[in-house]
Each structure stands twice: as structure tokens, then as C-alpha cells.
Design a protein around this ligand. Sequence first.
Ligand code: NAP
Length: 258
Amino acid sequence: MSASSTGAIPTDYQPAPDLLKDRVILVTGAGSGIGRGAALSFARHGATVILLGRTVNRLEAVYDEIDAAGYPEAAIVPLDLQGAKQEDYELVAERIRESFGRLDGLLHNASLLGQLTPIELYDAETWNKLMQVNLNGPFLLTRACIGLLREATDASLLFTSSSVGRKGRAHWGAYSVSKFATEGLMQVLADELDDERHQVRVNSINPGATRTAMRQLAYPGENPGNNPAPEDIMTPYLYLMGPDARAITGQAFDAQPK
Ligand code: NAP
């Protein structure tokens, strides 16, 4: 399947307890919010998770949670996507190759919200920072890891989008534009990596309104209890990361019904 379209997760999908056994999965922004939820969930289902992020003590806390639960031992990769250069990403891939010899999944999750302001007032420096973290970082990390993913027999490359990455909305500025570009990067990669062996599938997921620091920043007046916690939206992430989604590529998914 090479067409890009809107995908649907089977509504009755139940991930097997050992769905991700023996898989090595890299998660960016794994120290908090949805990334933390995904890392814990992937580990619970058997994956060795590589926790990448900029705040080491948060990554260590997730590492400890995984350890205490008796899941496969995680690894920590401190990296600030804002300042990282191409060679830093290449070093990450080299370290993964040395330590694990494989990579079966990559969840691009880390992002910044930036300003909620009209384009005519948008601060140029903030714009560049968002493009660096939300778009250029995922591009460079993907570029560095493609070789490893191609060597896996069933690899999943998953980008995190947003509803404003599929339909523009006033005042969402660089965040919205970076998510549109993320969808574009996903589609280009899905087409490039599509082959009969379905070795690397590439999709995007929009988590939908989720109880995290970013959501609170975007909607300060909202009652956080009205939104699901990250752990409540993990079934679609598991589906797309695991073998049940094999051959599904180039599609834009929603983690929650719209
Ligand atoms: P969050 O709570 O703000 O977490 C974002 C994560 O990204 C944090 O772990 C953060 O690290 C990391 N990060 C930010 N800048 C980074 C940098 N320069 N280098 C490395 N890591 C960095 O956000 P979230 O709500 O969990 O969002 C996760 C993803 O879902 C994002 O892609 C977001 O756009 C998307 N999303 C969220 C919602 C929602 O309602 N929550 C809705 C639609 C889409 P620190 O812990 O160090 O801050």
C-alpha cells in the first residue's frame, strides 16, 4: 500500500502482551507527557526502549519506572533537538548499533508548542526554534537511523502530528506549519521506503487532546481532567509500532475518535 490517506485502527484491537518482544524502539521526548506514556507502554509489551530527550532526570525517572516494573532494561540518550547537529544524530545511530545492533521502531514525539499568535506578530527566532525541534530534528534523526531501520525485518517509523497539521488554524503559527511539514516528510519517506518486503512502514499519528504539559500550555483555561491521560491513548501507538500494522504505510492516523 503506497497511497497516502487517512488510516483507521481496528476498533476492537487488543495488543498482545508480548507484541513488541525483542524489538528495540527509540522514543523522542520520552521523559514526560505522551512520550513517557509511549515508552512505558512499549516496554510493558516487551520492547527495549531507548529514551531520548533533553532533561536527563526525567529520562532517568522513566528508566527507573521501567526497571521497577521488571520490563526489559531501557537506555537513555540525552539530546537537545534544538542544538543538535547532523553529527550528533549520527552518533546516536552509531551508539544504537554498537549497543543493540538493531532498531525496529522510531517514534518521533518531542515537540515544542511555541507562540499562539498571528503570523504577522510571530517572533522569527521562535519560528526557527520550532522548525529546528519539530521538523529538522526528526529529519536528521530519521536520516541517521534509516540504515538501521532498513536492516530490521519489520520496522515502524512513526511521526507525531496534530489536528492543526492537517487543517490550518489561526494563531497556531510555526507549530501548525511544522506539523504540516511533518506529514509531508512522512509521505515522502513512506513512498521512498515502500517496497514489496514492507520492511519499513512510515505513518503519522495525531494523539488528539491529551492531558499533558503542552495541552495545559495551549489551553490554560481548560480542566485537564476532561482529557485522557497519555496511558489512555496508547492502543493505536502499540498497533502502529507492532507487527499487526505490517504493510500499512503512508497513512495519517488519529489516536482518538474525532
Ligand atoms: P509535552 O508534555 O510538552 O512533552 C513534549 C516532550 O518533548 C517532552 O518530553 C520534552 O522534553 C520534549 N522536548 C521538547 N523540546 C525538546 C528538545 N529541544 N529536545 C528534546 N526533547 C524535547 O507534550 P505532549 O503533549 O506530550 O506532546 C507529545 C507530542 O504530541 C508532540 O509532538 C505534540 O505536538 C503532540 N500532540 C499533543 C497533543 C496534546 O493534546 N497533548 C495534541 C496533539 C499533538 P522535556 O521533558 O525536557 O520538556
